[in-house]
Ligand binder design. Structure first.
Ligand code: GUN
Length: 294
């Protein structure tokens, strides 16, 4: 059997279209244009690409994009001052500080300085706590993207054995929380987990967010399982050609899984779409409007 491919590119495109509709509605009802501020400190090449894509897509859905590019040697105090300024700027509804920040800056301090109501990454401890306790929150983008894609394979995930590989604050922990909310039985596995292949073989739903290229092999996959691959690794073959690979050995897993996300074109495109979604939600809440249905 060959798995059905879950198309993240098309799903993200459809989500952006409905976001554009909500942006237009907010403009019409309260005369406010949702604004997203992205802060990049230093010149990490991968971060540069992300920030450029974010700005482009923000404008495409009709929102305002504010870009703040600061030099590598920016002090923590200067960065915190900028965040304070953005927190108090009524034309800014979402604030994202691109990670990683340079080593001399305390990432936790930066995240905690962002107004939780504008924390469109959902990384602030208030938002993480609200998610964990089932309260209204801003939820991290990649995890939301993973769940949207899993629900394309199966609209109701209730009762599924879900195995999340990875325990980061950005993906592993929040995706586990979201899957609990979807009534899955959730196991969080990580680099110290014993018998990882055996645990993954029990999974009806696998979310691979280990950050290790093709760590999940095809014979770990339960027949018919839903496989969501968060990994993105640039590899170079013998001919010097670059290929992107995930945390899952796709060519093997596609033979056994029921549904699987490709890399590229799976979870990746969903992250920015979900960031725009969070920005519109933040804007609506800040203006006393009901949450948009997206
Ligand atoms: N760096 C890599 N992924 C992310 C993300 O989702 N948000 C932020 N702020 N930085 C990142």
């Amino acid at each position: 059997m060959t798995a059905q491919i879950i198309d993240g590119k098309e799903t993200a495109k459809a989500l952006r279209q409905s976001i554009a509709g909500e942006v237009a509605k907010i403009k019409e009802t309260v005369g406010v244009t949702p604004g997203l501020a992205v802060v990049l400190v230093g010149a990490d090449p991968a971060s540069e690409v992300y920030v450029k894509n974010k700005a482009k897509q923000t404008v495409e859905v009709g929102m305002t994009s504010f870009e703040h590019r600061l030099p590598e040697e920016t002090t923590e105090s200067d960065l915190l001052s900028l965040i304070d300024q953005l927190n108090n700027d009524t034309s800014v509804h979402g604030i994202l500080v691109q990670l990683p920040v340079p080593k001399h800056i305390d990432e936790r301090k930066v995240i905690s300085a962002i107004d939780p109501a504008k924390d469109v990454d959902g990384f602030h401890p208030i938002n993480a706590g609200r998610l964990a306790t089932g309260q209204k929150a801003l939820v991290p983008c990649t995890p939301v993207g993973c769940v949207i894609l899993a629900k394309q394979a199966q609209a109701d995930l209730t009762g599924l054995n879900a195995v999340v590989i990875g325990r980061s604050n950005i993906v592993g922990k929040p995706v586990a929380q979201l899957l609990l909310q979807e009534n899955c039985t959730v196991t969080i596995a990580h680099s110290r987990t014993q018998n990882l292949p055996e645990i993954v073989r029990q999974a009806d739903l696998v979310v691979a967010a280990a950050g290790q290229c093709e760590i999940v092999k095809g014979d770990w996959i339960k027949p018919g399982a839903i496989v969501i691959d968060v990994g993105i690794h640039r590899t170079v073959n013998d001919l010097g050609k670059t290929k992107l690979k995930g945390d899952v050995a796709f060519d093997e897993a596609v033979e056994t899984a029921g549904h699987i996300t490709p890399v590229p074109g799976g979870v990746g495109p969903m992250t920015i779409a979900c960031l725009l979604r969070n920005s519109v939600v933040a804007c609506a809440r800040l203006n006393g409007l009901p949450d948009p249905v997206l």
